[in-house]
Design a protein around this ligand. Structure first.
Ligand SMILES: Nc1ncnc2c1ncn2[C@@H]1O[C@H](COP(=O)(O)OP(=O)(O)OP(=O)(O)O)[C@@H](O)[C@H]1O
Ligand SMILES: [Mg+2]
Length: 282
């Protein structure tokens, strides 16, 4: 059953990008998300809110090193004229579309983007096993094994993103959906260019620490891990790949840590979790 479409989607309906607006999914500070029918498929439409309703000033941190199309655009953005704001708005929104394409190509699990028109992003709706919008990680209660498994998968996704040149910049239990195959990462307008942005290491650390803190509620052994520093260090040597074996231990000094035993403990728990899961499914 369709709803009366919101003003923000009227143009896309008129132009045939959307056939029907089915229901609103979520409306927050940054965006309003709708479930829509588009090209015969159930998809999701993300409508960005205006910059002035979104904490405009914080964007500077993220946008360092981001490419603008031409010098006129760059000058305008600096001046914060009305035109400048509009340009900056466009850069912000495009950053999410660019990131989605880039990450999908790198094998990161993100919603498949379909279209970006009139400030609206049309993308795949991530669903649960019934076809309804998938829950956010934050909506689930996990056991220790699931927590370790998802944490491991997400650390690998963070590495894959970094290998594709990006740091999410706002990764948390609110921006990860869980479908029947596991975690899917969403909400990327603030994604930062790892090589060009001086804040990238800090943002990676925050993202990775958010994961440890969240999953650490269910698996306390994760609370002392230091994947971010380890990942960044290997990234800087140019040798990081999604297959890099990580320990979660970082040695800033040359004090000896028992890396092997900590690594083994975490690996064992994860393997055990995966084994149990497959036993259950048999
Ligand atoms: N592709 C998708 N499939 C399913 N649900 C989605 C998808 N994209 C977004 N959502 C839902 O919409 C919510 C908001 O999307 P998103 O996180 O991208 O926007 P936001 O800018 O963080 O907005 P908010 O301020 O509301 O968090 C998500 O938490 C999620 O529940
Ligand atoms: Mg979000």
């Amino acid at each position: 059953m369709a709803m009366k479409p919101p003003k923000s989607l009227e143009a896309l309906i008129a132009d045939g990008f959307i056939d029907e607006v089915i229901h609103p999914l979520k409306s927050g500070k940054e965006a309003a998300v709708y479930v829509v029918l588009s090209e015969g498929e159930i998809r999701c439409a993300k409508v960005y809110k205006a910059a002035n309703k979104r904490g405009f000033h914080k964007q500077a941190l993220y946008q360092e090193g981001r490419k603008v199309r031409n010098s006129r655009q760059a000058r305008a953005m600096e001046k914060k004229s009305q035109f400048g704001r509009k340009q900056q708005e466009e850069v912000w929104q495009n950053a999410e579309v660019d990131a989605l394409y880039r990450l999908a190509a790198a094998g990161v699990r993100v919603p498949k983007p379909h279209n970006f028109v009139e400030g609206v992003l049309l993308m795949e709706l991530v669903t649960d096993e019934h076809g309804a919008a998938a829950p956010r990680l934050n909506d689930l209660v996990l056991n220790q094994e699931q927590a370790l498994e998802y944490h491991g998968l997400l650390i690998t996704e963070v590495v894959r993103m970094l290998c594709a040149g990006l740091v999410h910049g706002d990764l948390s239990e609110f921006n990860i959906l869980i479908d029947e195959h596991g975690p899917v990462i969403i909400d990327l307008p603030q994604a930062v260019d790892a090589a060009a942005n001086n804040n990238a290491a800090k943002m990676l650390e925050r993202d990775v620490n958010n994961l440890a803190a969240y999953f650490g509620r269910f698996a306390s052994e994760l609370l002392n891990t230091q994947y971010a520093k380890e990942i960044w260090k290997i990234y800087q040597t140019g040798k990081l790949s999604p297959d890099t074996k990580l320990t979660g231990v970082f040695q800033a000094s040359n004090k000896k840590a028992n890396v092997k035993s900590i690594m083994r403990e975490i690996d064992d728990a994860r393997d055990e979790a995966i084994r149990r899961k497959y036993e259950q499914n048999d």
